[in-house]
Write a protein that binds this ligand. Structure first.
Ligand SMILES: Cc1cc2nc3c(=O)[nH]c(=O)nc-3n(C[C@H](O)[C@H](O)[C@H](O)COP(=O)(O)O)c2cc1C
Length: 231
C-alpha cells in the first residue's frame, strides 16, 4: 500500500514536471511570436535616379527590432553606426548598391517587431523557417510594375533567407523580371539561400547572388557588371 502511494506520487510529480515544461515552451513560443506592430513605414520606395527601372529591396534585422540599441549588446555586431544613425549590415550593403545603380530603395518590414534579444529573434526565425511561414508584412510597394530589375538583400537566417523575404517576393507576379540576390551572413555563402529565392521568384530570371558583408567596392562593381547592371 505504501509502495503504491509512493509510486503514485512519483507519477504525479513527473506529470507535473512535464506539464510545467510544456507550459513554459508554449509561453516561450507565444512570447517570441508576438511583437508590437511596426509603425511609421514608408509605403513607397525611396526614389533613386529619375526614370530608373531598378529597385533595391532589403530586409535587415534593425528595421524589424523595436529597441535597436539592444540588438548590438546581445548579438554579433548586427548594427553599425553611420552618419544617419544605426543601420543593419544588410541595409549598409543595400545603400551601397542603391548608390552604384541609382535604383529606388525599399526596406521590407514585418507587420510586428521581432524581439530585441538575439535569442528572441532567433527562436521566431526558427519557428517561421521550420513551418515555412510567411510572416505578414507591414506594407508593400504597389508599383512593382515600374521595375524590371529587383535586387533582393537579406541576412542569412538559419541557413536560408528570412521567411519575410518569401512573403515579399511571392505576393507579386514577377514574370519577366530579373531578381538579383545579395546577402550578409555570419559565414554562410549566398548559395545556401538560392533554392529559397528561386522558389519564391516564380516567372523571374534569378541571377548570380553575392555574399556582401565585407565586399570591397571593386568586388561589388565587378558583380554588378556581371549582372549587367552597370557597364
Ligand atoms: C536569427 C538569426 C539567424 C542567423 N542565422 C545565420 C546562419 O544560419 N548562417 C550565417 O552565416 N549567419 C547567420 N546569422 C547572422 C546574420 O546573417 C548576420 O549577422 C547578418 O549580417 C545580419 O544582417 P542584418 O544586420 O542586416 O540583420 C543569423 C542571425 C540571426 C539574427
Amino acid at each position: 500500500m505504501k509502495e503504491k502511494k509512493k509510486e503514485n506520487r512519483k507519477m504525479y510529480v513527473t506529470l507535473g514536471i512535464i506539464l510545467a515544461v510544456i507550459l513554459l515552451i508554449a509561453i516561450g513560443i507565444i512570447y517570441v511570436m508576438t511583437g508590437r506592430p511596426v509603425t511609421n513605414l514608408p509605403e513607397q520606395p525611396v526614389r533613386g535616379e529619375e526614370g530608373t527601372r531598378s529597385l533595391v529591396v532589403y530586409f535587415s534585422r534593425s528595421d524589424v527590432t523595436l529597441h535597436k540599441d539592444e540588438v548590438d549588446a546581445t548579438s554579433s555586431a548586427s548594427l553599425n553606426i553611420t552618419e544617419n544613425g544605426m543601420a543593419g549590415t544588410t541595409e549598409l550593403v543595400a545603400r551601397r548598391i542603391q548608390e552604384k545603380t541609382g535604383a529606388d530603395l525599399y526596406a521590407i518590414q514585418t507587420e510586428t517587431y521581432y524581439r530585441s534579444s538575439y535569442m528572441g529573434t532567433a527562436m521566431r526565425a526558427l519557428i517561421e523557417k521550420t513551418f515555412h511561414m510567411r510572416p505578414a508584412l507591414a506594407a508593400a510597394p504597389e508599383n512593382l510594375d515600374d521595375y524590371d530589375v529587383i535586387y533582393v538583400g537579406y541576412p542569412i537566417w538559419w541557413y536560408t533567407a528570412p521567411m519575410a523575404v518569401g512573403t515579399f517576393l511571392e505576393q507579386y507576379d514577377l514574370t519577366g523580371k530579373t531578381i538579383i540576390p545579395f546577402c550578409t551572413s555570419g559565414g554562410n555563402n549566398v548559395e545556401i539561400s538560392m533554392d529559397f529565392i528561386n522558389e519564391a521568384s516564380k516567372g523571374a530570371t534569378v541571377l548570380e547572388g553575392i555574399t556582401a558583408n565585407y565586399a570591397s567596392d571593386d568586388a561589388l562593381d565587378q558583380w554588378l557588371e556581371r549582372t549587367g547592371a552597370t557597364e
